[in-house]
Structure formats: C-alpha cells, structure tokens
Design a protein around this ligand. Structure first.
Ligand code: B12
Ligand code: SF4
Length: 456
C-alpha cells in the first residue's frame, strides 16, 4: 500500500527547525510491514498547500496521514478540504495530540477525514493499512475512530503503550534529501541538527501540560546510543534530546552521558530538564559529554504561581539551576509562562526580576494557552474565564484574568519582558558570544528578525 505522511505546518522558529520525528516513527513501522511510504515535510522546500497537493498527486497514495495540534486545526481543515476538492482517491487519516483527545469532533468537523488514530500510532497504523487493504476488520484496530454510515465508532484505546526499547528507530531515511539539504538546523550550531526522544510521557502533573503518552517510559542507555550511532553515520553532529525531563532518573542520565563520553560519537547536544533534578555532578557530566545547552521549564518567578501550576519546584530551585548551568559552562535557556490563573502584574514582575537576576543565555516567554483537557483548561472552563476555544472556526483559547481585557494585554507583557531582556547589555553580550563562531547567514537572518520584533 502507498502511504503519504504529511507534516503541513512550519516548525521554523528563531531558534531553528526540527524534523517531524513523530511521522518518522510511524513511517518506520509502515515501511517494516511492507508499505511504500512518502513523508512530506512543509519545511523541506518551504512548500505551500498547492505544492503539497502536487506532490500527493504525483505519488497517488492509498492513504494520506497528517497530525493535528490544538492550534493547527484551521490549517489542517483548509488543507483537507483542498485534498477533497482535488479529488484524491486516497483515504484521509488524522492523528497526533489533538486528534487523540477530540476524535469525535475531528470526524464531525472534517467531512473529508475518514479515520482518526488516537495515541501512539506505530502499531495501529499498520493494522489500519491492512484493513484498508481488505485483510482485517476495522473493529480489530484499537485506538481507531471511524465512520460507520452516519455514526462515528470509537474502538477501545490502544494499550498498553509499547516498550520503547522494542520500537523501531525513526525512519530518517524517508527524509534523507531534507537532511542532506540542511533543512533542520539550530541557532549557534553548524550543519544539520536532529532530534532524539529517549523517553515518553512524564510522571509529573503540571496543570498546564498536555500529554499524548500517558505512561512514563524510558529507553535503555544502550538503545539510545545505538540510535545516536545511526544518526552519526548519517552525518549528524548536533542533537536535541527532546524529552521534557531528560535528567529525571539521575543514574540513567549519568550512564547515558558516560557512554556518550566514552564513545567516538563526537556529537554536541541540547537537553531539556526540570530545575529540581539538577546538581553539579550532572551538569559536569553533561559538559564532559558534549552537552552545549540546557533548557529549563522555569515557568515563573512567583512561588504562588508555581504552586498553582502544580509545578512542584521553587523560585530558589529556578535560580540555582540556572546559576549552576552557567557555572558548569553550559548555555542555559529558560522557558517561562505568563498568564496562568492567579497571575497579576506583580507576579509577572517577579518572573522578570528572576530572569534579570539569574541571566540565562536566552529566554522563551509563552503566554498561557490552555490546551484542551488539561487541568487548567477544565478549571478555567468551569469557572467561566476560558475565552474562545480550540475548534476549526474559533481557534485560540485563552484565559481571561481580572486585570486583562484582551489577550493582547498579556502579549504586551511578553513584549515588555523580552524588550527589557534583549536590551540588557550584559545579557546580549553573553548571548552573542554563545553563538558567535557558529552562526551562518540563515541563522543570522532568523536572529535579526527576532531582535527587530522584540527588542526595538
Ligand atoms: C518534539 C515536539 C515538537 C517538535 C517536533 C514535532 C513532531 N512531533 O514531530 C516541534 C518543536 C516542531 C514541535 C512543534 C509544536 N508542538 Co510540540 N512537542 C514535541 C514534544 C516535546 C515531543 C513530541 C514527540 O515527538 N514525541 C514522541 C512521539 C513518538 O510522540 P508524538 O509526537 O505524540 O507522536 C505519536 C502520536 O501522537 C501519534 N501521531 C503523531 N503524529 C501523527 C500523525 C498521524 C497521521 C497519526 C496516525 C498519528 C500520529 O503517533 C506518534 C507515534 O507514536 C511534545 C511533548 C511530548 N512529550 O509529547 C510536544 C507537543 C506534542 N507539542 C505541542 C504543541 C502545542 C506544539 C506546537 C503547536 C507549538 C506551537 N506553539 O506552535 C507546534 C506544532 C505545530 C508546528 N508548527 O509544528 C503540544 C501538543 C498539545 C496539543 N493538544 O495540541 C505537546 C504535547 C507539548 C505540550 N505539552 O504542550 N513540537
Ligand atoms: S511541564 Fe514538564 S514536568 Fe510538567 S508534566 Fe509537563 S512534561 Fe512533565
């Protein structure tokens, strides 16, 4: 069977562009079971919808799959309608985070969509392909939602979630041309960069966080090194370990880092971590193994807000983790979130104060967007402060705070924080120093655009 997997949204930001790793996971299992697979990534060639439709027409797939996220529904809707109008014979399948929790809505809203696969789809998509080929009954595919006449049928969830050491590595060869053309890059890094996921799920329950994978599972260090070795043989030297909590299990983390250090990989890494699991020993091991930068989920400089988020960290931990990372010689990025219920201009000022005091190499400020089915979304809806929603027509939910009239009031705080941050000479000097010798024309352009937007 011919199957096209489509990533129709741009992943480009001022910090870089990542490969669509989830599609490469699904692509690997489809290929292994004998299917012919084409992956189309919008960022590879900066494709417009007509470009993607043209590629689909040339390939003429039996099944076309794409992911949806809460905030990409309108884009997906437009594209699926265009596919239907183009008269493709292939069936249309939607998966990914938003489809996993709103399958009924997706099948009702997207009249052109034939199937939804909920949750991790490596196994279920193979079974679905067999059903379409007439070799299996649709009822047998756990995790599948589909139409039966006028009805939408939801099969039981696909469970249990698989053992990650038994999963295939992402089929990066399906995008070999994109890798060769350096489509995937990261600021301050020369050459192609890539992404690896060494665990799925997360044992914490921050109220704003949405999780596709419910069960927390980690890959063994040996399995991780095997994938890194395969990535290295494709020429990749720079890897973003995308797990939200890479340092969660200190012993495992130290083992992975030790094995990297003793290997011939010669790679550099960016990692993400919670601030509570961090200490000097871990940071020193990271530095020795080629970790160049660490991203922390700092979220806030107000203890009340951290507690309200159920983050289970403290402002002191935030400060300490940033300071220790810098001391260990790592670049340190802080992700913060403003606009959580209970937030006030005073609590935002505390976040800004923390950032200016701790001076991470760079910051990422997000305005709270309440993802569906998170605790904060449910609470805001129940208390009548949720505005707009995540639907095809009305897509940009936000939470109204007593002192903010519109969403723009919150974005104005974001702009102000970034402006003051980016105008601080010491911070700017350190940031420039951290990327100075590893920046190419494309990265310089992205950085300049970012500065123009926020610092001026
Ligand atoms: C890596 C990552 C990215 C990467 C790469 C995206 C990718 N998946 O290829 C980048 C940085 C590009 C990214 C971007 C975004 N992301 Co992101 N991302 C993640 C992260 C950290 C890991 C995802 C991952 O690869 N997991 C491992 C794989 C194997 O799992 P998976 O992605 O869930 O995929 C499985 C299933 O979902 C399903 N599936 C996925 N796609 C498809 C497609 C089809 C056809 C089918 C059948 C099944 C299917 O099968 C996959 C294999 O099991 C998650 C957080 C997390 N821990 O899950 C957030 C997460 C998925 N991202 C999220 C969001 C919101 C975004 C953005 C919308 C952010 C933004 N502000 O714009 C954008 C997406 C739009 C865009 N412009 O691309 C949310 C989604 C929430 C929601 N309800 O929509 C998450 C859950 C983070 C969070 N907690 O808020 N992201
Ligand atoms: S924000 Fe990070 S630590 Fe909290 S639940 Fe989500 S992934 Fe886990």
């Amino acid at each position: 069977m011919k199957i096209a997997l489509l990533y129709p949204y741009t992943k480009m930001s001022a910090q870089g562009c990542n490969p669509p790793i989830s599609l490469l996971y699904i692509g690997a299992s489809l290929k292994q079971s004998g299917n012919d697979v084409l992956v189309i990534d919008k960022d590879h060639g900066n494709l417009s919808n007509p470009d993607m439709l043209e590629k689909l027409k040339d390939y003429s797939p039996d099944l076309i799959g794409l992911p949806i996220f809460a905030n990409t529904l309108p884009q997906a809707y437009e594209l699926v309608n265009q596919m239907v109008s183009a008269g493709f014979k292939g069936r249309i399948l939607i998966g990914g985070p938003h489809a996993s929790i709103r399958p009924q809505e997706v099948l009702e809203d997207f009249s052109g969509c034939d199937y939804v696969l909920r949750g991790e789809a490596e196994n279920s998509i193979v079974k679905l392909a067999q059903c379409i080929g007439g070799r299996k009954d649709f009822k047998s595919v756990n995790g599948l939602s589909y139409r039966d006449g006028d009805r939408v049928v939801h099969n039981p969830d696909a469970s249990p979630e698989m053992d990650l050491d038994r999963a295939l590595f992402p089929a990066r060869e399906l995008l070999s041309d994109a890798y060769a053309k350096k489509t995937y890059w990261r600021i301050g890094t020369r050459g192609t960069t890539d992404v690896i996921i060494t665990s799925r799920g997360c044992p914490y329950n921050c109220n704003f966080c949405f999780k596709v994978c419910k069960k927390f599972r980690m890959r063994s260090p040996e399995n991780i090194i095997a994938e890194l070795t395969a990535m290295r043989s494709m020429g990749t030297r720079s890897v973003h370990i995308m797990d939200d909590i890479f340092a969660y299990d200190k012993a495992r983390c130290l083992r992975v880092l030790g094995m990297i250090k003793n290997s011939e990989l010669g790679m550099e890494f960016k990692v993400r971590a919670r601030v509570d699991g961090i200490d000097e020993e871990l940071l020193a091991a990271m530095k020795e193994s080629g970790v160049k930068s660490i991203v922390y989920g700092v979220e806030s400089g107000s203890q009340d807000i951290l507690d309200a988020m159920n983050k289970r960290t403290t402002v002191d931990m935030n400060y300490r983790a940033i300071t220790l990372a810098k001391k260990a010689g790592l670049q340190c990025y802080a992700d913060v979130l403003i606009g959580y219920p209970g937030e006030t201009p005073e609590s935002i000022a505390k976040t800004e104060e923390l950032l200016l005091r701790a001076r991470p190499t760079a910051i990422n400020v997000s305005v709270m967007y309440p993802l569906p089915d998170t605790a904060v979304y449910n609470q805001a809806k129940a208390s009548g402060i949720l505005r707009d929603d995540w639907s095809v027509k009305n897509n940009d939910a936000w939470i109204q705070l007593p002192w903010a009239r519109t969403k723009n009031d919150l974005y104005e705080f974001k702009r102000q924080i970034l402006k003051r941050y980016l105008r601080n000479p010491v911070i700017v000097f350190n940031a420039i120093k951290s990327v100075l010798f590893n920046i190419d024309a494309r990265q310089l352009k992205a950085l300049a655009r970012y500065f123009l937007e926020y610092a001026i």
